[in-house]
Design a protein around this ligand. Structure first.
Ligand code: FES
Length: 112
């Protein structure tokens, strides 16, 4: 399944957008992050507990640490890989999805 996110050219470094999709027959949410010139897409679910990273506020990027941060217990993930390098789920990785970059929009491919 492909998901189109419009307006990606206007996204600033560290800015994120959420998107909804069905995952294993249930509603799920992912997010797209602009990180420098690139874009990366992940499942909005911590590797520690099955909770949303952002607690629903749409804010994922913690600029002071240059990391995506889980707001429940503070695990941090590398924005360009999804790899957790500090916190209770260290050495695990967020579920990631391929991103195709086009002029003005991106396409995220999530499993059907
Ligand atoms: S639930 Fe994310 S660090 Fe514990």
């Amino acid at each position: 399944m492909e998901i189109r996110i419009d307006g990606s050219d206007a996204m600033a470094h560290g800015e994120t957008r959420t998107f909804d999709f069905p995952r294993n027959g249930r509603p799920a949410q992912g997010f797209l992050i602009r990180y420098h010139a690139g874009f990366h897409a992940y499942l909005n679910q911590c590797c520690h507990w099955p909770v949303a990273l952002d607690m629903g506020d749409g804010d994922f990027y913690y600029a002071a640490a240059d990391r995506i941060m889980c707001k429940t217990h503070g695990a941090v993930y590398q924005p360009d890989t999804g790899y957790c390098d500090f916190g209770p789920c260290v050495r695990s990785s967020l579920d990631s999805y391929p991103v195709q970059i086009h002029s003005g929009y991106v396409i995220i491919t999530v499993p059907d």
